[in-house]
Design a protein around this ligand. Structure first.
Ligand SMILES: Nc1nc2c(ncn2[C@@H]2O[C@H](COP(=O)(O)OP(=O)(O)OP(=O)(O)O)[C@@H](O)[C@H]2O)c(=O)[nH]1
Length: 293
């Protein structure tokens, strides 16, 4: 069978059960990547690999401002929620009424990609309620396939996952599967550091950096890691570091907090910045970073 891969973007109001659903999809450890911080682009929540598929689940905190969208030349694999994801999941909970944001609503209804509307927390309602609401949502979002699920009780979740894989386009994996299985820690460290950089620097900076975790040592008490932040120009290096190192220190502190939560252990993270003029154009480097185009 041909290999399938793609991006699934999950949207929904706070508290509808996104994290719980992620846990049900990918297992606790990977899903902890979601920090509550708001970033300017969507985040990878988790990646589920199978022998012949790779599902990359992400979410979009808030509406993406066009100015923040990544240049397509840089990372084609980072796709915006409504335009380029392969599948859109709209997660609602039982009892939730119409969509609050008109714009948002229109985008879902007119999405050019398959929309799966998941009515979550059905364990809290009666059969009749579930049927009524399914009907209601079908009227509101006629383009969606509707699934009644309980993320908490893992009811209906595997059917949804199966449907996702069905709908995925044929494609090689976007992230090297072996890197994720051999060194998943480093992958997530990179993602977390990247997220902090997106959070704290003006838009030009995040799009010209790349992160690589060069060292990663773990013992019983502590994990020590060393990451290089690669930029294209020396002026960018100065900005990343900030006055007397204040900016990079903040990135390190915040990344450490997330990483400690992620690994459940004390973390020591060392960040340094390196200028590498060609990282974007050098195919081999791109490959190393997992941009496997
Ligand atoms: N009864 C029931 N509770 C659920 C279900 N799914 C999630 N919850 C609960 O709903 C609450 C919110 O779930 P989360 O998974 O944290 O929701 P979230 O959408 O990630 O929340 P945000 O981080 O605020 O976006 C938690 O208390 C969950 O246990 C479900 O299927 N049934």
């Amino acid at each position: 069978m041909a290999h399938k891969a793609g991006f699934v973007n999950i949207i929904g109001n706070p508290n509808v059960g996104k994290s719980t659903l992620m846990n049900a999809f990918v297992g606790e450890r990977l899903s902890i990547i979601t920090s509550k911080a708001q970033t300017t682009r969507h985040r990878i929540l988790g990646i589920v690999n199978g022998e012949d598929f790779q599902v990359i689940l992400s979410d979009t905190p808030g509406i993406i401002k066009p100015a923040y969208q990544l240049q397509s030349s840089m990372m084609d694999f980072v796709k915006s929620a409504f335009e380029d994801a392969d599948i859109l999941i709209y997660l609602v909970e039982l009892g939730e009424k119409a969509l609050k944001d008109e714009q948002f609503f229109k985008k879902i209804v007119h999405a050019k990609i398959p929309v799966l509307l998941l009515l979550n927390k059905v364990d809290q309602g009666t059969q009749q309620q579930v049927e009524e609401q399914t009907k209601l949502w079908k009227e509101q979002v006629p383009n969606a396939e509707i699934f009644a699920i309980s993320a908490l009780e893992n009811f209906g979740v595997q059917e949804v996952f199966k449907r996702i894989v069905d709908l995925l386009p044929e494609s090689p994996a976007f992230y090297p599967k072996d890197a994720l299985t051999d060194k998943p820690e480093r992958f997530f460290v990179n993602e977390i550091v990247r997220e902090k950089i997106l959070l704290h620097y003006k838009k030009e900076i995040p799009y010209s950096v790349e992160i690589e975790t060069e060292e990663f040592f773990e013992d019983e008490e502590i994990i020590r890691m060393r990451c290089v932040i690669m930029v294209e120009r020396s002026t960018q290096k100065g900005i990343i570091i900030g006055h007397k190192g204040s900016a990079i220190k903040r990135v390190g502190m915040e990344a450490r907090k997330d990483l400690e939560r992620f690994f459940g252990k004390q973390v020591h993270i060392e960040l340094y910045v390196k200028v590498n003029k060609n990282w974007r154009s050098d195919d081999r480097q791109l490959k190393r970073f997992g941009y496997n185009k």
